[in-house]
Design a protein around this ligand. Sequence first.
Ligand code: CMX
Length: 478
Amino acid sequence: MYSRVGVQSLSCAFSYVWKQQRQVLNNVSARSLQSSSNASLKEILEQKIGEMREEVAQVRHAVGNQVLGTCTVDQAYGGMRSVKAMTYETSLLDPNEGIRFRGYSIPECQKLLPGIKQGGEPLPESLLFLLLTGEIPSVQQVTALREELSSRAQLPDRVKKTLNSVSPSLHPMAQFSIGILAMQSDSVFAREYARGAPKNKWWEYCLEDSLTLIARLPQVAAIVYRNTYYQGKQLEADLKLDMSARLTKMMGFQNPEFDELMRLYLTIHADHEGGNVSAHSVRLVGSALSDPFLSFSAGMNGLAGPLHGLANQNVLTWLLQVKEKLGGQAPTKENLTKICWDTLNSGNVIPGFGHAVLRRTDPRYMCQREFALKHLPNDEIFQLVSLLYEVVPKVLSEQGKVSNPWPNVDAHSGTLLRYYGVKEMTFYTVLFGVSRALGTLSSLVWDRALGLPIERPKSVTTRWIKENLVHKAASEAK
Ligand code: CMX
């Protein structure tokens, strides 16, 4: 394993907000660095949680009664878009710059997080360490975490039995969610809570379950894959491998380049701040003190929606339809423009484009594009994706409805998976889900560490709005 630490390369221009956030992180790190360079994940977490509890108490004392965000009637009817109403520690999404994991952009993570080889992609296990602790891990720390995960990775036979009893005609995301629920009886959190565990210990049990879940998910995913597309012929887990290589091998692939793609894939899909459907579902369900298995399964049911994670499946379906419509003609800006308009005019969205928060090309799209330029520049579908990058934003802008005409992460991922042989599009969102565990479960550990209460925003009826706002506005206008 090789660490590509080069702090001097952190030269990008950060926004003011990020400089401040980094400063906070640096201060915290500086205090704990001496003890933490070889410290275990749990030791670092124990220290950081103490510090963070203090920090949150100070913030609440200083500005607890200040307004963070407001909510208009339009926002209440409109999916609460951009209402600032929650905190989420593991990542933050800037509309123009894209995601930062604990303050680090994707290119910074690619440079700083230990990978398996020099100049290669980061290990998702490295990102997990960062998301949980806020610290870039040393090679030694990642090795320890890998060993920890490997020791938890074997799926109990009863879970395999449950997965094997499910009809392969069920969508892979439904099978995946069932597999996660089938592990619920192993929840340390649920057991200890029932025994009356004190509140300040909950995060430890949540961490226990989260690590177990993250460790086992590659095998759950691989079983779903083999049951659905390979008549149930399953392959053994090689516990010496990192989670990405272990997953690809269990799926039936033997290609180190694909392993590298999987490392990148599992890293970049991990987290996208707290308000997206999957992250927020995990947070919401967990806030009722449902254990991590129940909470994560809920998140996966949300990820399975076509406006969220399922878009990666729909993108490739659409790309293949585009190819078919071209009927052997070479793609050009002109014929692709027409096909895009046909899609819109038939009442469909162009999958992989647009975003609820982002207002520029998703950096997760860009790093996948760079991977493709390096490894598959001549692939026909990649070339189609490249040309659509020039065409779709213009068409969507001309249509004039979308807030963001640029591509998101899902516009690219299926092309790469297909190139390496994963042609079964209905499986793509499962891989997204394996990755999403890293971020949402890290965040769940912090939810319990910071003692966040049950979520319960206030709702109102349209009648309430009429009585309290419409009538008031009308009488003021008289
Ligand atoms: N193609 C066509 N129309 C689109 C569009 C697209 N790619 N993106 C948005 N629109 C439309 C919306 O449907 C909406 O139309 P109506 O007013 O008729 O309902 C209008 O433009 C305004 O929507 P918006 O404010 O731009 O977008 P939202 O925040 O409401 O929704 C998203 C965001 C991602 C659901 C939407 O852009 C979309 O449906 N994209 C295609 C599906 C997709 O790629 N989803 C994956 C997102 C990433 C992820 O979560 O994994």
